[in-house]
Design a protein around this ligand. Structure first.
Ligand code: A3P
Length: 322
């Protein structure tokens, strides 16, 4: 629904003709705004969010590049931060009844698309929100308030393959033909993908995490997969919700959170097998393989070379490896 170009505000309608435009992956077009590419309706949410969102000091913002494990991160941070509020043994534990996207909503992709000036006062403190906004496009109040940002990204080849599958699913629902891998790879490498260029998005947060480690925690999907307990503790400490020594000693709660949030568990919950988000996407679309290195099953050697050289060139001396 957010990829459709209809029902735009007048402000957005007036802005679009002045912006660079390219063919979209699902929506008819992408528009380049402040260096990054968006479908029109999403751009409307981006602009409204930038203008109106007032961060509170205790807010927690989960920021990701699309298809880097956002759903997983939302589940983990929700379970971690709300662990005192909900007993995981209860039948209607929120993560058993809701898709993580409904528990930690996107500011730019959902809240500010639906309503340009929403009332966010009913969100319990600490408020948990998500966004795909690039660092420089975050609302001013996020930069100014001491709120925290957890950033997650993923190897560009796996991100690309996941995005290709996801957008093709959306195209099929809209009765459109699927995109060929070659065609969208070319566009991905030219930076023309949702919230792309991918590399600029990642670098923005990487640099900030080095300069301001108390503000931005920079995480990689691959690291989370390899050592989830270590990173769960790290996220807890970063967000000032550390596990107590008793919690750590017994180990039960850490394991419990990771089991609840695991790919197999989330994927097989009834809500994620048959439910839909309020924005219309099927919950099951967010769970595909959940593995590291699935790109090997799809990309040719030439495609791999292209992404690898671009990644080397873009990340250069930044010290970042993905
Ligand atoms: P694949 O398409 O490679 O399987 P996002 O949540 O940002 O949209 O990212 C979706 C990707 O994360 C998909 O990758 C999806 O399968 C994977 N994913 C979803 N839930 C996960 C979980 N609990 N653990 C690990 N990966 C998960």
């Amino acid at each position: 629904k957010y990829l459709q170009d209809d029902k735009l505000t007048q402000e957005c309608e007036e802005l679009l003709p002045s912006l660079p435009k390219e063919k979209g992956w699902v929506s008819s077009h992408f528009y380049q705004y402040k260096g990054f590419w968006h479908p029109a309706r999403q751009l409307q949410g981006v602009i409204a969010c930038q203008k109106h969102f007032e961060a509170q000091n205790s807010d927690i913002l989960l920021v990701t590049t699309p298809k880097s494990g956002t759903t997983w991160l939302k589940a983990i941070v929700f379970a971690l931060v709300k662990r005192m509020h909900y007993h995981r043994g209860m039948e209607n534990y929120p993560l058993f009844m809701n898709n993580p996207h409904d528990l930690v909503p996107f500011l730019d992709l959902k809240i500010y698309v639906e309503n340009q000036t929403p009332d966010l006062s009913s969100f319990p403190c600490p408020r948990l929100f998500a966004t795909h906004l690039p660092f420089n496009s975050l609302p001013k109040s996020v930069h100014n308030a001491p709120c925290k940002i957890v950033y997650l990204c993923r190897n560009p080849k796996d991100t690309f393959v996941s995005l290709w599958h996801f957008t093709n699913k959306l195209r099929l629902i809209g009765n459109m033909e699927t995109n060929s891998l070659e065609d969208v790879l070319d566009r991905f490498c030219k930076g023309v993908s949702i919230y792309g260029p991918f590399w600029d998005h990642v670098l923005g947060y990487w640099k900030e995490s080095l300069e301001n480690p108390n503000k931005v925690l920079f995480l990689k999907y691959e690291d989370l997969k390899e050592n989830p307990t270590f990173y769960l503790k790290k996220i807890g400490e970063f967000l000032d919700f550390p596990f107590s020594s008793e919690e750590e000693k017994s180990g039960g709660i850490l394991e419990e959170i990771l089991t609840i949030c695991s790919f197999d568990n989330l994927k097989n919950l009834e809500v994620n097998k048959s439910g839909k988000l309020s924005s219309g996407e099927e919950n099951k679309a967010f769970f595909r393989r959940g593995e590291v290195g699935d790109w090997k099953n799809f990309l040719t050697a030439e495609m791999v070379d292209r992404i690898n050289s671009l990644t080397e060139e873009k990340f250069g001396a930044s010290g970042l490896e993905l």
